[in-house]
Design a protein around this ligand. Structure first.
Ligand code: NAD
Length: 296
């Protein structure tokens, strides 16, 4: 299939590479010329604007952009995808944005005759490179069925979460829980060690007891408990604290719109905001444990 792809950053580039590997023809655009060159080297066709992608032969267009402002400009702008796409061309936004903006863009697409899905991902840059992302998809049943084989070239779990915007709902709810659980594990690990316990032994107890969760058994924030996680390499790589801060902001803003209390989510957002203000936004989000450890 001929696919248009806009947004070739840390996530978009490996996703686009996987589409090429699966035999699809790709037209690509990014504001960053080097990112475009990288894909052209692998066989993609360079295009110089969202308008040109929309006016080309792509039957489906995928975007992977930083935030809602970029998504709105690429889709709703004068030179954007919706104004210039042929009716029937499917649009899939994989960026993580708030559900309200996702629904606004999907509505504009539908009014123009373009089926649209929101399909944010989890799995990070490693999952994007390996083609093992989880896609949380919002949109109609028929559109989901049509997109499924394309998403399967980039991911392992493709989950239909309901109508437009619900992919983003699943993403913000999951990541809010992840932020909260990481802070909880950090607090418990720091307490145990401050009271004299060995970190590995404590993690072993937690991981066979009722406190066990992904943040404790797969991504433990205490250095030396697990190999091959950011806490054991100075909190480099992984999922940046500023990205977690972004997702917690999306959750608290979305909650405000429906007057839904997210007390721990808001507290987690403030903790990551404070951590970022101290200059640590580039560290993996498990580094939040440094707010608790007296020796750091
Ligand atoms: P990134 O900043 O590395 O890449 C974004 C790309 O979009 C850049 O290459 C940028 O030049 C391009 N871009 C920005 N505005 C544009 C425009 N108007 N037209 C064309 N290109 C434009 O970001 P990323 O890490 O790839 O993340 C992309 C999305 O995926 C974000 O919404 C993020 O929250 C989400 N996400 C990221 C991760 C992760 O681990 N990095 C994990 C899950 C989800």
């Amino acid at each position: 299939m001929h696919i248009g792809f806009i947004g070739l950053g840390n996530m978009g580039a490996p996703m686009a590479h996987n589409l090429l590997k699966a035999g699809h023809q790709l037209s690509v655009f990014d504001l960053n010329a080097a990112a475009v060159e990288n894909l052209v080297g692998a066989g993609a066709l360079p295009v110089d604007s969202p308008t040109a992608i929309a006016q080309g032969n792509a039957e489906l267009i995928i975007t992977m952009l930083p935030a809602a402002a970029h998504v709105k400009s690429v889709y709703l702008g004068e030179n954007g995808l919706i104004a210039h796409s042929r009716p029937g061309v499917m649009l899939i936004d994989c960026s993580t944005i708030d559900p309200h903006s996702a629904r606004e863009v999907a509505k504009a697409a539908a009014e123009h005759g373009n089926p649209m899905l929101d399909a944010p991902v989890s799995g990070g840059t490693g999952g994007a490179a390996a083609g093992t992302l989880t896609f949380m998809v919002g949109g109609s049943d028929a559109d989901f069925d049509r997109a499924q084989p394309i998403l399967a070239a980039m991911g392992k779990n493709i989950v239909h979460c309901g109508a437009a915007g619900n992919g983003q709902v699943a993403k913000v709810a999951n990541n809010m829980l992840l932020g909260i659980s990481m802070i909880g594990v950090a607090e418990a690990m720091a307490l145990g060690v401050a009271l004299g316990m060995d970190a590995k032994t404590l993690a072993g107890v937690i991981n066979t007891s009722s406190g066990r969760c992904w943040s404790s058994d797969t991504y433990n924030p205490f250095p030396g408990v697990l190999d091959n996680v950011p806490s054991s390499r100075g909190y480099s790589g992984g999922f940046g604290s500023d990205l977690m801060l972004k997702d917690l902001g999306l959750a608290t803003e979305a909650a405000e719109q429906v007057r839904q209390p997210v007390i721990l989510g808001a507290l987690a957002q403030q903790l990551y905001q404070s951590f970022s203000a101290q200059g640590h936004g580039g560290l993996d989000f498990s580094a939040i444990i440094n707010q608790y450890r007296k020796d750091t």
